[in-house]
Design a protein around this ligand. Sequence first.
Ligand code: ZN
Length: 175
Amino acid sequence: MAIYRIFLVAMVLLLGVACSSNKSIKQTDSGAVAITSTAQKDSLPFEKVYKTPTQWKAQLTYDQYHITREKGTEQAFTGAYYNYKGEGLYHCVCCDLPLFSSTTKFKSGTGWPSFWAPFNTVYVNEVVDSSHGMYRTEVLCNKCNAHLGHVFDDGPKPTGLRYCINSAALNFKAD
Ligand SMILES: [Zn+2]
C-alpha cells in the first residue's frame, strides 16, 4: 500500500506540472498573435483600390485587362520590357504604384522582365497559385490586386528570387 500511495502522489505532482506548463504556452501564443495582426494593419502606406470590371476595361487595353484582371500571361519575348534597359521605376499599369526598380532588373533569358526584388515588399502580395497543374507563387499589386506574374526561387544574388512579371502589367517611368 505504501508503494501505491507514493505512486499516487507522484502522479498528482506530474499532472500539476503538466497543467501549469500548458497554461503558460497559451498565454504566450495569444500575446504573439495580437502583436502580429497590429503590425500588418499599420504597415500599408496606401488605401486599397477597388473598381468594377467595367471601370477597369474603360482605362486599360485588352491585353492589360486580360493579364492584370483575369490572370493572363503574355507570350514570351513579345512584351515591351523583357529586354528594356532604361533606368527608373516600373509602376502598376492599373493603379500607378511603383512596383519594381531597374536597379533590381536582370537578364533571365525567359522572355519576361525579371527582377530579384520588388521596389518595396509591402507593395506586392504573394499567394499560392495551384492552377494549370503547377504549384507556383503568384505576385499581385497590393494596392489594386492586379495580377503581375509569379516569383520563383531560382534568381540571382542577393535574394535568390526571380520575379517573372508581364510587361503588360507595368508602366515604366524614367528617373
Ligand atoms: Zn496596382
